[in-house]
Design a protein around this ligand. Structure first.
Ligand code: HEC
Length: 258
């Protein structure tokens, strides 16, 4: 009997642990589209320009990326390889991990496998929910990653985001959700609000930019998926043709028997 009780407890435990975790941020959904090459290319451009100062993608090579997402080698060399990398190099950076830890409190991790670790949805929401918080170390906090050590590096694009709730309410509430007035198009009850005129992109443009960036990071998390999709199409075409040939053969064999 004791054994059964113990087993029951083990089964229930993960549920209890989850329940004890409190509210989790209600994520906006994200669905990667690896066939959208333009999105992947824009995502890579943003990553190289805005993230690679601190984050590497050590498991990814420039050349392989170009091949997969349709960026010619000369364009890659001219616009996307900053610093002294060659096209066949891995996407490493020169920042020293120990220095970085001293500056930020935690070293910026390699992001090759980030979307597999956290999920695309997490990354998509994380990058859109930085907000000003005077009490925090870099004057910035994050709805998805409380007390984050990363500065808000895209504030000039998104604009200054202020939080009208406590951090706990924000997490329970959902940052940018709230009720939309269908007549005026304004939202009320939002915790996070972008101060108008402070960013160079509109909310929709910024969402799209982060979508592209997360899409690119999803591709890097599993580069062979793109190849698998392409090969999958050929396999289906082959099967269709082969079925037809097999059918003709079957007819030929059975002709004499009937
Ligand atoms: C100035 C340096 C810097 C830049 C630039 C930067 N980051 Fe960060 N990033 C950090 C640091 C430091 C951390 C670790 C934060 C922590 O653990 O508290 C981090 C953490 C992260 C994480 C969370 C990692 C995890 O799972 O714990 C993601 C995702 C991320 N960064 C993405 C990006 C993206 C995408 C860009 C480009 C738009 C970017 N970062 C630009 C410094 C930077």
């Amino acid at each position: 009997m004791k054994k059964y009780l113990f087993a029951l407890l083990m089964v229930c435990f993960p549920v209890l642990a989850l329940a004890a975790g409190g509210a989790t941020y209600p994520m906006d959904s994200f669905k990667a589209d690896l066939r959208n090459q333009e999105s992947l290319q824009r995502g890579m451009a943003l990553f190289v320009n805005r993230c690679m100062g601190c984050h590497s993608m050590e498991y990814q090579r420039f050349a392989r990326t170009g091949e997969d997402i349709g960026i010619p080698e000369d364009l890659m060399e001219d616009y996307l390889i900053l610093g002294n990398h060659g096209v066949n190099d891995q996407m490493t950076i020169s920042m020293d991990k120990d220095d970085a830890e001293g500056w930020f409190g935690a070293p910026p991790p390699d992001l090759s496998l980030e979307t597999r670790l956290r999920g695309g949805e997490w990354v998509y929401n994380y990058l859109r929910t930085f907000y000003r918080d005077d009490a925090a170390r870099f004057g910035v906090n994050n709805a998805v990653f409380t007390d984050v050590g990363m500065p808000n590096v895209l504030e000039d694009l998104q604009g200054v985001v202020v939080n009208h709730c406590s951090h706990e309410d924000l997490v329970a509430h959902g940052g940018f959700s709230g009720t939309l007035d269908p007549l005026t198009g304004t939202r009320s009850g939002q915790c996070l609000q972008v101060q108008p005129g402070t960013g160079s992109m509109s909310v929709a443009e910024f969402d799209q930019a982060i979508y592209d960036l997360t899409n690119y990071m999803t591709y890097v998390g599993e580069p062979s998926k793109l190849q698998a999709h392409r090969i999958g199409t050929y396999v289906l075409i082959f099967l269709a043709i082969f079925t037809f040939v097999a059918y003709l053969l079957k007819r030929e064999y059975w002709r004499d028997i009937h």
